[in-house]
Design a protein around this ligand. Structure first.
Ligand SMILES: [Zn+2]
Length: 326
């Protein structure tokens, strides 16, 4: 375990997060013990306490997740931080890597030769852009198949991420479509030639942690909307008399479920200027904790769709069970 810790901490340090202390919970004494990792006297310590932003916490979690999930070595991990999600800019900044990826298919070491297998990872926006596809709000948003958005989805059809007879895309098809002159509605959201035509789509892998975090944002917002509906304030824009918890029982129940049951600090509050209801977004680890422990019978008692909602959340959480370290 010590080696695991050291590997993870050194990996984080290489990526810009240097740990100075770690806290370990001692089960015998039921207390936290602090282990200092640097010589504090020799280091200038800032008295300013800075809190990590949600993005920074997400970033640390992603690094740990990548490290643990793929057993990747410090040397092998190269991250591309892209602030630009524009195809032309990406094509330009990835030019060198594209050349290497497309030409380097084999490495020879002495008498042995090794096949190189390339994988492309990232979040949805990045992968769609790099694969030559348009926005996720398009009629055919999927990176891997040509299924239409759910509102036009014909349930009798079967779709596959890899089987072309069931509508799966291929990188060659994207390439051809991008060069063809088909009408916009027959291009299946293909905009440009893929930037890595030699990497097949089954080697294009979405970062499931970020995918989970974004989906959970939507689920939490929908849940809050449902709580507002049940308290009959879904249309109420301003709260001039504060937020009366005895009147809004479901909303208050959510607040106390987070605070008391899960020990996640959460408050509904009214903005002084606008009188609108506000709340903070949960961080990555808080979302994981929430979805691991969510209890709909407590939050939405007597709700007709409680069981359906539970199934949806269980399906999503099930896919993220391996992210146990959070
Ligand atoms: Zn699909």
């Amino acid at each position: 375990m010590v080696t695991d810790c050291e590997t993870s901490l050194s990996f984080l340090a290489l990526n810009g997060f240097v740990a100075t202390k770690i806290e370990v919970f001692n089960h015998d004494t039921q207390e936290y013990e602090t282990i200092s990792l640097i010589d504090e006297e020799a280091t200038a310590v800032s008295f300013r306490t800075e809190t990590l932003t949600n993005e920074e916490i997400d970033e640390i979690n992603l690094l740990l997740y990548t490290k643990e999930g793929f057993m990747i070595s410090n040397e092998a991990y190269h991250k591309l931080s892209m602030s630009q999600r524009n195809y032309e800019k990406l094509a330009e900044s990835l030019a060198d890597i594209r050349k290497d990826v497309n030409s380097l298919q084999q490495i020879s070491l002495g008498t042995q030769s090794f096949e190189v297998e390339w994988f492309l990872g990232g979040d949805w926006k990045f992968l769609a852009c790099v694969c030559g596809l348009g926005a996720a709000i398009a009629t055919h948003p999927c990176i891997w198949c040509k299924c239409q958005l759910y509102d036009k989805y014909d349930k009798r059809k079967e779709w596959s991420l890899v089987d072309i007879t069931k509508g799966a895309r291929t990188i060659q098809e994207i390439d051809q479509m991008s060069r063809g002159r088909a009408r916009a509605d027959q291009r299946y959201n293909v905009k440009k030639p893929p930037l890595f035509p030699s990497i097949p789509l089954d080697h294009v892998i979405i970062d499931s942690l970020h995918l989970f975090l974004r989906i959970s944002d939507n689920l939490i917002n929908l849940l809050i909307l449902e709580l507002r509906r049940m308290d009959e304030i879904e249309k109420k824009q301003t709260f001039n008399n504060g937020f009366e918890r005895t009147k809004f029982k479901h909303m208050a129940g959510w607040e106390s479920f987070l605070n008391d049951t899960l020990k996640i600090p959460f408050n509904w509050f009214i903005c002084k200027e606008t009188k609108k209801l506000k709340w903070r977004d949960l961080t990555g680890p808080e979302k994981m904790k929430l979805f691991r422990n969510i209890d709909f019978t407590q939050i939405l008692p007597n709700h007709s769709k409680s069981a359906d909602i539970f199934t949806v959340v269980d399906t999503i959480y099930g896919h993220n069970r391996h992210a146990e370290f959070i």
